[in-house]
Design a binder for this molecule. Structure first.
Ligand code: DCT
Ligand code: MG
Length: 402
């Protein structure tokens, strides 16, 4: 943990803020300085990271490089850029000069170079080259198709396929998910708004209560962190009587299908083995809950029974009164609910950092199902308890936007 001090010469507004550590503060302290002491610990799960922060120009640049690394399946590099961006998101003020960043964790050589360039020239050459690169644009367009990952997109790119229309003309056989992805391409790449998420939540809640009274449903993912838009809507479903949730997903899906709410769905059954000692230890970070990846048909007009979302969708055949929205449903047993809630609230980097903290600092294993202290299963009925087990200050969802 590193203590840093931001200090601003208040009589010269606009003069760069300087960060010093506590020791250097003594020798540099001057009258008339505004001092703010902030702690910048190195794991994102030890920090408060709000949605709105002071360094978007820098984090946007780093996010593009992270995305490019992820699309090139260079996970390590992607994580390094994500960690650097997350650190900047947690700072209490705008960074105006690279000297302010001295001593801060998470900033690798490459990230620092990019930050310096953006601070000095307003843009980073590498970021500009990336955003204009044919490969990056094509990989983004192709992985923007629901059901298409980086591997498939890369194979197609090498065959000269750069866009969804190239793909349609290529004669490639697509699987069911990809066919739906191409069919609803534009809409699925249109951000889902909060009112749309709320409207879908009401429909899912009706379905859940119709097939299992007493079941509980929670909005998770980015919307739980306070985001106003998302690429999908995520819901977690459970029932206070352990066991009642078994087999719930197929029933919810049948209800939604019968009412014409689903344009596509793929359900995966649970694969956890519950025992008296707690949930089986996961072999990987993969979740083993009952899960449904779906594409919802959401009415956007007044006639639908849902909330009016006020959005008209333009198609080749003219305007239409509904839109396609990606929705993920997850069912968890009540005893694992807190872990599922924590694991599915995100952000992805925050989750990764929680697991890294658990292993490296506490010798524990955390998943969306359980927390283990070596062989011992640690129970928790709230997220607060899990943070406490991990020896971490509780970070509310709105501050997990790392
Ligand atoms: N998650 C994770 N690791 C992954 C994928 C997902 O920890 N590889 C968790 C964290 C977020 C949650 O699942 C939902 O995933 P997304 O919907 O992909 O993320 P989001 O934060 O909800 O983003 P968006 O607002 O774009 O939907
Ligand atoms: Mg989401």
């Amino acid at each position: 943990l590193l203590d840093i001090v931001w200090y601003t010469e208040s009589m010269h507004a606009g003069i760069p803020v300087i960060i010093l550590d506590r020791h250097r503060l003594q020798e540099r302290e001057k009258p008339g300085l505004e001092l703010t002491v902030v702690s910048v610990p190195s794991y994102a799960c030890q920090r408060h990271t709000p949605l709105l922060h002071h360094n978007t120009i820098l984090t946007d640049a780093l996010s593009i490089l992270a995305e490019n690394a992820e699309l090139s399946e260079n996970e390590g590099r992607g994580v390094a850029f994500r960690r650097a961006a997350a650190l900047l998101k947690s700072l209490p003020q705008e960074v105006r000069g690279a000297e302010q960043l001295r001593g801060l964790p998470c900033l690798g050589e490459h990230s620092l170079r990019v930050i310096k360039e953006v601070l000095e020239d307003g843009v980073s050459h590498e970021v500009e080259t990336t955003t204009h690169s044919e490969q990056f644009k094509a990989m983004k367009a192709l992985t923007g198709i629901f059901g298409v990952g980086a591997k498939t997109a890369d194979r197609w790119f090498r065959e000269g396929i750069h866009t969804p229309s190239n793909l349609q003309r290529s004669g490639h056989t697509l699987n069911r998910a990809q066919r739906a992805g191409v069919c609803y391409y534009d809409e699925l790449n249109l951000p889902v708004t909060k009112p749309e998420a709320v409207a879908i939540g009401q429909i899912v809640e009706r379905a859940v209560h119709a097939v299992l009274p007493g079941a509980e449903m929670t909005l998770i993912g980015g919307f739980r962190r306070g985001k106003q838009t998302g690429h999908d809507v995520d819901f977690l479903i459970t029932h206070p009587d352990e066991g009642r949730e078994e087999g719930l997903m197929p029933k919810v899906v049948s209800w939604l299908e019968a009412q014409g709410f689903l344009l596509y769905q793929k359900t995966t059954g649970n694969s956890y083995l519950e025992s008296k000692e707690g949930p089986a230890r996961p072999a990987s970070n993969m979740d083993r809950f009952e899960r449904c990846f779906s594409i919802f048909r959401l009415s956007t007009d007044n006639e639908g029974r849902e909330i009016q979302t006020g959005r008209e969708i333009q198609t080749g055949e003219g305007p239409r009164s509904w839109r396609a929205v990606r929705v993920d449903l997850v069912v968890s047993p009540y005893s694992q609910f807190a872990f599922a809630l924590l694991g599915w609230t995100g952000s992805k980097l925050f989750e990764r950092e929680l697991r890294r903290w658990a292993i490296h600092e506490k010798a524990m294993t955390l998943s969306s199902h359980a927390l283990y202290d070596r062989k011992r299963y640690l129970r928790a009925s709230s997220e607060e308890e899990i943070f406490a087990h991990l020896g971490l200050e509780y970070i509310p969802p709105c501050d997990r936007n790392a």
